[in-house]
Write a protein that binds this ligand. Sequence first.
Ligand code: AMP
Length: 213
Amino acid sequence: MRLILLGPPGAGKGTQAKMLKEKFQIPQISTGDILRQAVKDNTELGVRAKTFMDVGQLVPDDVVIGLIKERIRQRDCKTGFILDGFPRNIAQAEKLSETLADMRVVIDNIIDLEVDEREVIERLTGRSTCLDCGAMFHQISCPPKVLGVCDGCGGKLAQRPDDNRETIRERLKVYLGSTAPLKEFYMKQGNLKTVKAKGSVEDIFFRLCEMIE
Ligand code: AMP
């Protein structure tokens, strides 16, 4: 199964993608995670990407398109994959369509996680992520058992550097200007499904799975 998850920052794409990955045993491909790892490793890509990520801007298309083209051709993607955070604009979506056509594969589900802006800001400002395993927590809706420590692996929790109010505002602006138009792009192709991303993580996952199966 090949799936694209759309939705604004904070819609829960990463959380849901991780759960779908377990259920369907297919890789989650998150351009955000790939870029954050590159920043952590201080690679050439990471150094370039960081300047954009720190201010909530999109990393240039040539960089992310190159990453995705290489990743979806890897062996573990043969039976499917979940794209989380890609495409982020029409140019990326067009390149993705070309690449998939070359590979003679199709996307089975394109799902928009719908959530309102106020909720998004609340989720992002209270969010913390495990620096080791990437598990996510929220100070109100999903607090860790021990403050600052991951329930799963015991790793250290930290707020993402771009989860501050100013950068969140910019990321939402970028979402509205560049990413939200993808809904119409895919709707015109008759491909888009929408899931309300409100309520508990489990409720959202249930609705998502119902939509897929
Ligand atoms: P995310 O984890 O998906 O919220 O992404 C974090 C940051 O990584 C974004 O604010 C962008 O700077 C960058 N990024 C992630 N995915 C993309 C993409 N498909 N195109 C451009 N930039 C991206």
